[in-house]
Design a protein around this ligand. Structure first.
Ligand SMILES: CC(C)(COP(=O)(O)OP(=O)(O)OC[C@H]1O[C@@H](n2cnc3c(N)ncnc32)[C@H](O)[C@@H]1OP(=O)(O)O)[C@@H](O)C(=O)NCCC(=O)NCCS
Length: 175
């Protein structure tokens, strides 16, 4: 099975984590979104502000059914959700990037968010830990991310990411 196939049918790989000691909490369950996770995807859109930096996010319009199915079926996309008793408390997504030479495959960690009420309890770190396991299982050599706020920068550092010196001024162009 190749890397992309291994990301299909994505109910596999449900992992259980116990959150940081000292918090009265349910065990955390982490899984990849599957083809039929339309409702979860819509919830993540509607409640986007709760997963973003306070004051930054806003409710987003969920994708229509066809676009949502296309998103969930994209073989380059991996989208994990962390759930407590079936309620989504965190999520993280990114894209597999096979490079044009050298046999190197990278992963772009595009987005991570933990509900405001659930921060500081190890949910974000558990999501990154599962991504690291997945990288090892799938021969992904490197994951990179653009940390877009100081808290995220510290969080990534605590999760083992190192700053790449001399790189990146984020630029964009819009159509
Ligand atoms: C960044 C974010 C995902 C962290 O999730 P979390 O579940 O609160 O993080 P954890 O509890 O797993 O923390 C892991 C480590 O990072 C540290 N950390 C987390 N957030 C931090 C912050 N804002 N400032 C400093 N350190 C932080 C924790 O202290 C912990 O350190 P430890 O391992 O030494 O105990 C969460 O704060 C969030 O959703 N922020 C809004 C969205 C966002 O900024 N996303 C990233 C955009 S690039």
């Amino acid at each position: 099975m190749d890397l992309f196939e291994s990301n299909l049918g994505t109910r596999r790989g449900r992992e259980k984590y116990r959150l940081r000691e000292g918090f009265k909490s349910m065990p955390l369950s982490i899984r990849k979104l599957g083809f039929d996770d339309l409702e979860t995807l819509a919830l993540l859109a509607r409640e986007d502000a709760d997963f973003d930096v306070p004051g930054r996010g806003e409710a987003l319009e969920p994708l229509g059914e066809e676009a949502a199915r296309r998103y969930l079926q994209n073989p380059s996309l991996i989208h994990w959700v962390a759930e407590e008793e079936g309620r989504v408390v965190g999520h993280m997504n990114g894209y597999i990037l096979p490079l044009r030479a050298g046999g190197v495959v990278e992963f772009l960690l595009y987005e991570i968010g933990v509900r405001n009420s659930h921060r500081g309890r190890g949910v974000g770190k558990a999501l990154v830990r599962i991504m690291l396991d997945w990288m090892r299982d799938n021969n992904i050599q490197v994951t990179w991310v653009i940390a877009d706020n100081p808290g995220a920068f510290e969080f990534y550092r605590k999760c083992g990411f190192g700053k790449v010196e001399g790189t990146l001024t984020q630029m964009e162009v819009r159509s």
